[in-house]
Write a protein that binds this ligand. Structure first.
Ligand SMILES: [Cu+2]
Length: 228
């Protein structure tokens, strides 16, 4: 999946690298671009946001909120300096187009799930309540998290049973456009729609400010006649 932000940032990195030579660097999804051998301690962009404490990033002040067409942004509240979110996995009667409906699996009544929007340096606590008829777990795709928060069912955690609520908590040490998705019985759960966007705004943005910022998540569906 190539995201709009990655698309733009790759172009920006290429331009920046040409102008600034070895000093330019970027971290995206574990890849390091434009490393600086003479300045190795500066290679990890996320190292700074890891060590430094920031107040929770505020929409409108620290970032231009993203618009998710045909979707929404997951609300949060700040508790003790932590952004607290609540995802609820559940069956959703989803209308793809007038008259084209199917029972899907999603989050908080939506397919795909609502966009999670945060700022580099934020600490987040995400409660996941499982209202599906089977176990699940949620993985934060591409996001640097401690192993126990990675959401890989059966590997980094016990899966979340129906009716259970699981707490994920971590600090955002990077910026970029990522996703979250089920990481349990993936062929069924992801195919039925269990994914959403996870957007981390840069704490100290460079370049022009966006007037409007849109997030599109594309996926392919095959819905046979009479499925519903
Ligand atoms: Cu993934």
């Amino acid at each position: 999946m190539i995201s709009r932000r990655k698309f733009f940032s790759n172009a920006a990195v290429a331009a920046g690298a040409a102008a600034l030579g070895a000093a330019t660097r970027s971290v995206k999804g574990g890849e390091r671009v434009g490393q600086s051998p003479e300045n190795p301690e500066k290679i990890n962009d996320h190292a700074q946001s890891d060590q430094q404490d920031y107040p929770p990033g505020e929409p409108g002040k620290d970032y231009t909120p993203v618009i998710t067409p045909n979707g929404s942004t997951l609300p949060f509240k700040v508790v003790g300096g932590v952004k607290v979110f609540h995802l609820i996995t559940e069956e959703v009667d989803h209308e793809f187009a007038p008259g084209l409906r199917a029972y899907c699996w999603g989050f908080n009544g939506q397919v795909h799930g609502p966009t999670i929007e945060v700022v580099e340096g934020d600490r987040v606590r995400i409660y996941v309540t499982n209202n599906l008829p089977e176990n699940t777990s949620i993985h934060w795709h591409g996001v640097f998290v401690p192993s126990g928060m990675d959401g890989v069912g059966g590997l980094s955690q016990k899966t979340i049973e129906p009716g259970e609520t699981y707490k994920y908590e971590f600090k955002l040490r990077q910026e970029g456009t990522y996703m979250y998705h089920s990481h349990c019985d993936e062929m069924t759960q992801m195919a039925l729609g269990m994914m959403g966007m996870f957007i981390i705004h840069p704490r100290n943005p460079t370049g022009p400010k966006a007037d409007r910022d849109f997030a599109f998540m594309l996926s392919e569906w095959r819905i046979d006649v009479g499925t519903m």
